[in-house]
Design a protein around this ligand. Sequence first.
Ligand SMILES: Nc1ccn([C@@H]2O[C@H](COP(=O)(O)OP(=O)(O)OP(=O)(O)O)[C@@H](O)[C@H]2O)c(=O)n1
Ligand SMILES: C[C@](O)(CO)[C@H](O)COP(=O)(O)O
Length: 226
Amino acid sequence: MHLLIPAAGVGKRMRADGNKLLLSLLDHSIMGWTLKAAVAASTIEWIGIICQSIDEPVFQEIVMKLKIKKPVAFIRGGDTRQESVKNGLQALPIDAEYVLIHDGARCLATPKLFERCSDAFNHCQGFIAAVPVKDTIKQVDNSGIIKATPDRSHLWAAQTPQGFNVTLLKEAHEKGQTHGWSVTDDAALFEKCGLDVHIVEGEETNLKVTTPVDLAIAECILRQRL
Ligand SMILES: Nc1ccn([C@@H]2O[C@H](COP(=O)(O)OP(=O)(O)OP(=O)(O)O)[C@@H](O)[C@H]2O)c(=O)n1
Ligand SMILES: C[C@](O)(CO)[C@H](O)COP(=O)(O)O
């Protein structure tokens, strides 16, 4: 299984001085933890790290320190996650039929989750890891007035890994560019193309390290695993 890791963001919401994926989390960087889990997953055979050129030397160092035996490619990132993934798809080896895409910022995903996601290709061409939403969600207008309370039983929080047939996802990205679709995940492109995207059971702990408080929560979860 081929895995693309978008890691080319700047982490504005983290307000860090540089790419948040290089921040320390216990004895590794955020990206170090993400890579460790991906490498430990028996199904992952190839890893593409999508990053900005300025960060590539540090990511190379992380890969070396972890003594990763699986092939790792470095791919140039874009200005948005969507662009970064599009670049990643172009850089996949020619024989890649299916691909998993996993945010570098989701550093708590377990090897089991990667393996469960790889197995999902046995029954579908597109899926995302997700968990049922626990909160009551309100839809609010621009004046701060609640307009709707969607039925929670139909709401899922999207995570990564997300997995797709490579040809179909490449086509969806092309269409997205042509039509000017701007999305925050790859599933949304599949959806806009009218293709089915299935749900694979995610992990409650598979949070995305987005703001400083997420870093503290991630540390807590990792300590419990030690
Ligand atoms: N141009 C971009 C933007 C984001 N990402 C990656 O997409 C993942 C999810 O994005 P997010 O958590 O939003 O990261 P940032 O874009 O870095 O954060 P922010 O939105 O706060 O700036 C991250 O692993 C990030 O590195 C990327 O590869 N290329
Ligand atoms: C892909 C993603 O992690 C799914 O939750 C997410 O959409 C990334 O973008 P975000 O804007 O940081 O939510």
